[in-house]
Ligand binder design. Structure first.
Ligand code: HEC
Length: 156
């Protein structure tokens, strides 16, 4: 009886203690991971912005490739937001507000919007119509970035 109780207690303690230890290590890796993905997204956003603005020459193939890469990368972000990796516990290294985990459903939805809008840009890009299709789709995508940053990101 006593032995069974002890085993039960051990299981509870292990379940409680282990994730705490794992999170402490994972949080730093997760912050680096997601910031790297955002940097890669920016790498692909910048030339598209320049084409849309007319600062550099429009190149249909390269724009589609950048849009595809943003779309692929956008699907990699969410897993980088592990619990306990907010700016409260990791001040100075991350701009992720704790509201992300308090309003996870809303955050997840904004990620889905990013995913959809980047997909929409891929489709628009195949039209080759910079003014009529690509520019508005790019603006919508930019809006998806901004709407999440306004709510959930603090500038470091
Ligand atoms: C669902 C929310 C959300 C969406 C959508 C989103 N971001 Fe962010 N972004 C964040 C958060 C939160 C951070 C802070 C991450 C951190 O510091 O840990 C961030 C950080 C960044 C960074 C800074 C990375 C670094 O160097 O530390 C860049 C650049 C960035 N985002 C670009 C974008 C672009 C471009 C888009 C749209 C294509 C976008 N983001 C869409 C939430 C979002």
């Amino acid at each position: 009886m006593c032995k069974i109780l002890n085993l039960g207690l051990l299981a509870v303690l292990t379940a409680v203690a282990f994730p705490a230890v794992a999170d402490a290590r994972d949080a730093e890796d997760a912050i680096e991971y997601r910031q790297s993905v955002y940097k890669a997204i920016k790498w692909h956003m910048d030339p598209m912005a320049a084409m849309v603005k007319g600062d550099i020459e429009y190149d249909a193939i390269s724009l589609t490739r950048h849009a595809q890469n943003v779309h692929a990368l956008s699907g990699m972000l969410l897993e980088g937001f592990v619990p306990g990796s907010d700016m409260g516990a990791h001040a100075g290294t991350t701009g992720a507000r704790s509201e992300i985990w308090e309003r996870w459903g809303e955050f997840e939805e904004k990620m889905s919007t990013l995913n959809e809008q980047s997909q929409a840009l891929v489709i628009a890009s195949t039209s080759g119509d910079l003014r009529g299709n690509i520019r508005p789709a790019f603006a919508e995508l930019g809006q998806a970035c901004k709407s999440c940053h306004d709510e959930f990101r603090e500038r470091r």
